[in-house]
Ligand binder design. Structure first.
Ligand SMILES: Cc1cc2nc3c(=O)[nH]c(=O)nc-3n(C[C@H](O)[C@H](O)[C@H](O)COP(=O)(O)OP(=O)(O)OC[C@H]3O[C@@H](n4cnc5c(N)ncnc54)[C@H](O)[C@@H]3O)c2cc1C
Ligand code: SF4
Length: 459
């Protein structure tokens, strides 16, 4: 039996606006989809979820229209269902293991999860009341999914939590990276408001390592433990000639200007250069988001990726959406140089065609240049979306904190403990750029360990 189709904005309409692409299930569609679940005793779908959400149980509640119970069931394992239901790569996690997928189409677990998250928000359903204060202070650095999850878990145990965020707005990549057409900011803002009702305090425009150090937080401001959820926001470049030309952006800057600083909205003053043609280099979710943003800003947009479509790291759904919206894919193509005009602005990108050789360390077939196949694509803007690494500011300013060769914080995987007493970490700052759900899972582990650490210290 086929999966219940879900409403989406038409491609030709949505590629001109920033409203959400996927419209979500109606109640009727949701019941139809929830009724497909076989309620397997072996629960293979749960094995595919990094935080082991009790999937058959919450789906059964949905089928019975017990929305409050479905909401509570998910909340046992995940704090952000409306976010995860929109951006988790379900097709390679829970849905990949769903038994219905063996012969037909897996249950749309992600879309059902989104329904629950949206119901909870729309009905202002309260999942937890503020806990009795336990008089212990913990600092959380960064307000992305890792920081928010750790803050929520500890606040529910009665800790006095302050989240320090470098930017003027909270939410991390969920607000500055992932565009509104995939994850509306209101969804994230709601989760943050919820944390505030649990007593969590947020201080924005505070850069830990510059405004104040971890030593000062712990020695002068009375924080007994610190969780670092500072993400991996430092863009990588290709190191090819021309990357310093005007009109070359990192995907982070491009998306931040548009999403966080409102450049897509005429009522904001934030400048963003798009021009008539934009090349986005890379093949992950970030590249798809940058390309789809450029398209919505009015440019003819190309994705330039050095492997084939099969190896694209982006979610299948996002690649499909990008293709439907008219983004042109230049596959097996690698940029070798960005070319400028006499005023120092981008005028073209020079590329070389690639073919796939033997698998490399990543297990994917290694792209090899085809001699003499160089060609130019005329563009006004180039967006580099080939990855990011953790910013070393905190490790450089905190004695005792060690990092590995990729600048990621070194932790004990079972507790999230860093090499410094009382300091824990999780999410992209540890793993390098990964996923929302992995960041949340790591934060939960660390929150549990921080609680144990402080309780043991008391004795
Ligand atoms: C464009 C884009 C699209 C993505 N799409 C998906 C997707 O579809 N699905 C998915 O699962 N994942 C996706 N990801 C990845 C996902 O967003 C990240 O894995 C996740 O946000 C990591 O969470 P985090 O809390 O560790 O870090 P972040 O979300 O990066 O949050 C870290 C926060 O810490 C703050 N910070 C950094 N340094 C300091 C400091 N010194 N002091 C104070 N604050 C600091 C930052 O400003 C930021 O707000 C995407 C990422 C990007 C960039
Ligand atoms: S594997 Fe699929 S059908 Fe079985 S319980 Fe999980 S979601 Fe339902």
């Amino acid at each position: 039996m086929k999966r219940t189709p879900i409403g989406e904005q038409a491609p030709d309409e949505r590629n001109k606006n920033f409203n959400e692409v996927c419209l979500g299930y109606t109640e009727e569609q949701m019941i139809e989809e929830a009724s497909r679940c076989l309620q397997c005793k072996t629960r293979p779908c749960v094995d595919g979820c990094p935080v082991a959400i009790k999937i058959p149980e919450f789906i059964l509640h949905l089928r019975n229209k017990e929305y409050d119970l479905a909401s509570r069931k998910i909340a046992e394992d995940s704090a952000l269902p409306a976010v995860c239901g929109r951006v988790c790569p379900q097709e390679t996690q829970c849905e990949e293991l769903c038994v219905l997928g063996k012969k037909g189409e897996a249950v749309a677990i992600g879309k059902l999860e989104r329904f629950v998250g949206d119901w909870t928000r729309d009905n202002k359903y309260k999942l937890a009341d503020p806990a009795k204060p336990n008089q212990h202070k913990v600092a959380v650095i960064g307000s992305g999914p890792a920081g928010l999850t750790c803050a929520g878990d500890l606040a529910k145990l009665g800790y006095d939590i302050t989240v320090f965020e470098a930017l003027h707005k909270t939410g991390g990549v969920l607000v500055y990276g992932i565009p509104e057409f995939r994850l509306p900011n209101t969804v994230v803002e709601y989760e943050i408001e919820n944390l505030k009702t649990l007593g969590v305090k947020f201080e924005t425009n505070v850069i830990i390592g510059r405004t104040v150090t971890i030593d000062q937080l712990m020695n002068e401001e009375g924080f007994e433990a610190v969780f670092i959820g500072s993400g991996a926001g430092l863009p990588m470049f290709m190191n090819i000639p021309g990357e310093d030309l005007n009109g070359v952006y990192s995907a982070n800057e491009f998306l931040t200007r548009s999403n966080l600083m409102g450049a897509y909205d005429d009522s904001f003053d934030t400048p963003i250069r798009v021009g008539k043609r934009v090349a986005v280099v890379g093949g992950g979710n970030v590249a798809m988001d940058a390309a789809r943003t450029a398209k919505r800003l009015g440019a003819m947009t190309y994705i330039v990726y050095r492997r084939s479509e099969k190896e694209l790291p982006a979610r299948v759904e996002e690649v499909h959406h990008a293709q439907e919206e008219g983004i042109e894919f230049h596959m097996l193509t690698n940029p070798t140089e960005i070319l400028g005009d006499d005023k120092g602005w981008v005028r073209a990108i020079r590329c070389i065609r690639m073919e796939l050789g033997e698998p490399d360390d990543s297990g994917r077939r290694r792209p090899v240049p085809v001699k003499g196949s160089e060609y130019e694509i005329g563009v006004d803007t180039v967006v580099i979306a080939i990855g990011t690494s953790p910013n070393p500011l905190i490790s450089q300013t905190t004695p005792g904190i060690e990092i590995n060769k990729w600048k990621a914080l070194i932790i004990d995987e079972t507790t999230g403990k860093t090499t410094r007493e009382g300091v824990y970490a999780g999410g992209d700052a540890v793993s390098g750029s990964a996923t929302v759900i992995l960041a949340m899972g790591a934060a939960r582990t660390a929150a549990k360990a921080i609680d144990e650490y402080i309780r043991n210290k008391k004795k």
